[in-house]
Write a protein that binds this ligand. Structure first.
Ligand code: FE2
Ligand code: FE2
Length: 376
C-alpha cells in the first residue's frame, strides 16, 4: 500500500476511533468533522495548512480542560480567552469542556431580528458611507437569491457518499440557509429605505433581477459557479473592514443597520470557502475563476455606483451649495478607501495560488460572534 494512504484522513479517522472508546463519542466526532469548515483552521492557523490531518483540525479554544480523557491521558491545561490556543477535537472528546469551543466554531445559520422602523436613510454620521452601503444592499436580495439557486443546482450535481461529497453538500445547505437569512433581512432594510422617498429604487432592483435571471437561463453551471465565487471573494476583506476598521464611522450610528451588516459579513467570512470549493468540484480552472470574478465585478460595481449616485443626488436636493461640495468630497474619500480595499483583494484573487482559506480572520471575529450568539 502506498505510504500516502496510510497518512491520509481515512487512516487518521481510524486512529481517532481508537482514541474514542465509546460509540457516541466516535459518532459525535464524525458528525463534527463532516461539518467542520477548514476555513477556521486555515485562517489564523495558516501554519497548520500543510501539516498533517491532526494539525488541520486544530481550532482556537477557550476554557478549562479536565485533562483525563479515558484511556488517553492529557495533561490538565487551562485555556483562557486572553490568549488563543489551538487544540484538536481528537484530543478533547465530547464531554470535555473544550468540546463546546469546537462546536462553536462550526458554520451555522443564525437569524437575528432587526427593527428598521426607525432607521434613517443616512444611518451613520457619514451619510455618504451609509448611502454607499445602501446601494449595495439593494442588490443583495437578488444577488444572494441567485447564489442560492446556483449552489442548489451545483449540490444536485455533486454525487457520491464519500466524506468530501457529503460534507460539501452539507456545507452548501448551510450556505443556502445563511444567504436566505441575509437576503430576507436586507429586503426588510430595503423596504424601510424606500419609505424615505427613494422612488426609483424599484426600477434599479428590477434591473438587478433581470441580470441574474438572464445569467441563470443562459450560462453554464461552471460559469455560474465562477461568478458566485467571484462575488464571495469580496466577503473576507469586507468582514475585516466592518468588524475591525470602521468603528470611527459607525460610532453613534443606527444599531439595527450596523447589526445587519456586521452579522452578514461575519457569516460571509464564515462561508468564504464554499463557492470556491464548489467551483473547484464542478469545473475548476484559473482562467474561468478570474473571468467569473471580473464579470460579476463589472455588473455589481456599475450597478452600485449608479444607485449610490441616485441616492446621493436625492439627498443633495435639500443641501446648501457648501454642503453639496462637502458631500461630494466625502463621497470621493469613501470610494477611494473602498476601491483600495477591493483592488488589493482583486490582486490576491487574481493569483493562481489564491485560496479563501488563507484570508485573514477579522480580529474581532470571535468576540463579535460570541456577542451575537448570546443575543439569539
Ligand atoms: Fe450573504
Ligand atoms: Fe456569501
Amino acid at each position: 500500500m502506498p505510504r500516502g494512504i496510510l497518512r491520509g484522513p481515512r487512516c487518521s479517522l481510524l486512529r481517532a476511533r481508537k482514541k474514542y472508546s465509546d460509540v457516541e463519542g466516535t459518532l459525535a466526532l464524525h458528525a463534527l468533522l463532516r461539518r467542520m469548515p477548514d476555513l477556521r483552521l486555515n485562517g489564523p492557523t495558516e501554519r497548520f495548512k500543510n501539516s498533517d490531518f491532526w494539525g488541520r483540525y486544530k481550532m482556537p479554544v477557550a476554557g478549562q480542560c479536565a485533562g483525563n480523557h479515558g484511556r488517553q491521558r492529557v495533561r490538565a491545561k487551562s485555556y483562557t480567552s486572553t490568549s488563543i490556543y489551538y487544540c484538536s477535537p481528537f484530543h478533547h472528546p465530547p464531554g470535555c469542556s473544550l468540546w463546546a469551543s469546537f462546536e462553536a466554531n462550526l458554520m451555522k445559520p443564525r437569524q437575528p431580528t432587526f427593527d428598521f422602523s426607525n432607521t434613517p436613510a443616512r444611518w451613520t454620521r457619514n451619510g455618504e458611507f451609509s448611502q454607499s452601503s445602501n446601494a449595495t444592499s439593494t442588490a443583495i436580495p437578488h444577488l444572494e437569491r441567485f447564489l442560492n439557486r446556483v449552489m442548489a443546482k451545483a449540490r444536485a450535481e455533486i454525487e457520491g457518499d464519500d466524506t468530501a461529497s457529503v460534507r460539501l453538500r452539507e456545507d452548501i445547505s448551510i450556505f443556502i440557509k445563511q444567504e436566505a437569512n441575509h437576503y430576507t433581512a436586507h429586503a426588510d432594510f430595503n423596504e424601510a429605505l424606500k419609505r424615505h422617498g427613494y422612488t426609483m429604487l424599484d426600477s434599479f432592483e428590477r434591473e438587478a433581477l433581470a441580470h441574474y435571471s438572464k445569467l441563470l437561463q443562459t450560462k453554464s453551471l461552471a460559469f455560474l459557479c465562477a461568478y458566485c465565487e467571484g462575488f464571495e471573494t469580496l466577503g473576507p476583506p469586507s468582514a475585516v473592514a466592518w468588524l475591525d476598521n470602521l468603528e470611527p464611522i459607525l460610532e453613534g450610528g443606527d444599531l439595527a443597520a450596523i447589526g445587519l451588516w456586521k452579522w452578514h459579513l461575519m457569516e460571509e467570512y464564515e462561508h468564504r470557502n464554499i463557492c470556491f470549493d464548489v467551483f473547484n468540484r464542478i469545473h475548476g480552472g484559473y482562467f474561468l475563476r478570474v473571468y467569473g470574478l471580473l464579470y460579476q465585478a463589472f455588473f455589481l460595481f456599475r450597478y452600485t455606483a449608479r444607485v449610490r449616485s441616485y441616492l446621493l443626488s436625492e439627498d443633495r436636493r435639500s443641501m446648501s451649495e457648501e454642503e453639496v461640495v462637502a458631500s461630494k468630497m466625502n463621497e470621493r474619500a469613501i470610494m477611494k478607501r473602498m476601491r483600495h480595499r477591493i483592488f488589493r483583494q482583486f490582486l490576491r484573487a487574481m493569483s493562481p495560488t489564491y485560496s479563501p482559506y488563507a484570508s485573514p480572520q477579522p480580529k474581532n471575529y470571535d468576540a463579535y460572534m460570541a456577542t451575537l450568539e448570546s443575543t439569539l
